[in-house]
Design a protein around this ligand. Structure first.
Ligand SMILES: [Zn+2]
Ligand SMILES: [Zn+2]
Length: 135
């Protein structure tokens, strides 16, 4: 039994959850990449009856019977739901508060994984944003 909460970037949308975590996955599919403007989406599967949302959200039907909701103010992607998985909703893990508590247990849709993710351990690292991050 997990007790979780999260929010969007601007804080207008918040969520709380109490219940089972059905999955913790990193998805590399092209729909998740485009929907989140990120190389992959990390999410948690939650039971809809345990989720409480507050704040202005806009729903986009990304494919038939599949919806992706985002904050109507700041645009933060918050949730994926589909009639294919009626007993759960997928909440983007980066909206968790605090987000560093998240640990995925698997990654899926690896055929479309961004190749450049392999380069990350070997390119220059900076703790802060550098004006000229060349190395
Ligand atoms: Zn927001
Ligand atoms: Zn995906």
């Amino acid at each position: 039994m997990a007790k979780l909460n999260g929010r969007c970037l601007c804080g207008e949308v918040t969520w709380t959850y109490e219940g089972e975590i059905t999955r913790s996955l990193v998805c590399h599919c092209t729909d998740c990449q485009r929907a989140t403007s990120a190389p992959y989406a990390a999410f948690i599967g939650l039971r809809p009856e345990g989720l409480v949302w507050a704040g202005p959200m806009t729903r986009f039907e990304s494919s038939p019977q599949t919806w992706r909701d985002f904050c109507s103010v700041c645009g933060t992607r918050l949730i994926f739901r589909s009639d294919k998985w009626p007993g759960e909703v997928h909440v983007y893990a980066a909206t968790l508060d605090p987000s560093h508590t998240y640990r995925p247990t698997a990654q899926v849709m690896l055929r479309s994984r961004a190749d450049w993710l392999d380069d990350l351990p070997t390119i220059p690292h900076h703790l802060d944003f550098e004006i000229s991050p060349i190395g």
